[in-house]
Design a protein around this ligand. Structure first.
Ligand code: GRF
Length: 203
């Protein structure tokens, strides 16, 4: 039987995507080893979730490093030490340096709560809602050197009704994130995708 690939999750906040990934691994819905969870915030709830799931949880303090590159060197070293094949960003609130991106070329995924290239940035759900968009959604993409720009692996659209509250929309988007991310990770790990220009083709 083929050996399982090692994945790492990087998260700064609540970690609901981490939880969904970890639950799916436990249930057998995602075949992967979650070998480490790393956060840049000591109090990130994601670290608690990792420990609770019996996964190694590391806080790497950006305050201890003089530059983004120095911090990222430490992150990459930690990931290499754990022999990580695929890096999963799940609410990791830092822009990765070119060094990091090159170290894991096309092996870093991110999830964004909007239909990229619309509504890049930190407040994507709110921004789409306040803009008055009729449709928004979720994007899973490879990470490249520009923010929210890498090749798109999966997207799902979400219609915004005229009476919906922002909180209700947020809840619906997060629910979709929790399934679409696992599905995309599964395809990438299985090698069921290839790239033609900017197009990622999934079998
Ligand atoms: C998600 O909405 C994700 O799309 C964005 O950050 C949020 C992380 O949420 N990149 P959580 O920490 O996984 O709950």
């Amino acid at each position: 039987m083929k050996s399982l690939k090692n994945i790492a999750v990087l998260a700064s906040g609540k970690g609901t995507n981490l939880q969904a990934i970890s639950d799916n691994i436990r249930k057998g819905a995602l075949r992967a080893n979650l070998v480490v969870v790393i956060s840049d915030r000591k109090d990130a709830f994601a670290l608690k979730r990792a420990r609770r799931a019996g996964v190694k949880a590391l806080f790497i303090d950006p305050g201890s490093f003089g530059s983004r590159q120095a911090y990222d060197r430490e992150l990459v070293a930690a990931l290499k030490k754990e022999r990580v094949d695929l890096v999963i960003l799940a609410g990791f609130m830092r822009i990765l340096s070119p060094f990091f991106v090159k170290s894991f070329h096309n092996r870093i995924l991110n999830i964004h709560p909007a239909l990229l290239p619309s509504f890049k940035g930190m407040d994507a759900i709110k921004d789409a809602y306040r803009y008055g968009s009729k449709v928004t959604g979720v994007t899973v993409h490879f990470v490249d050197q520009k923010m929210d720009h890498g090749l798109i692996i999966a997207q799902e659209a979400v219609a915004i009704s005229d009476t919906e509250t922002l909180a209700a929309l947020e809840a619906r988007i997060h629910k979709i994130e929790h399934s679409i991310y696992t599905e995309a990770i599964r395809k990438v790990l299985a090698g069921k995708i290839w790239v033609q220009g900017r197009r990622v083709i999934c079998r």
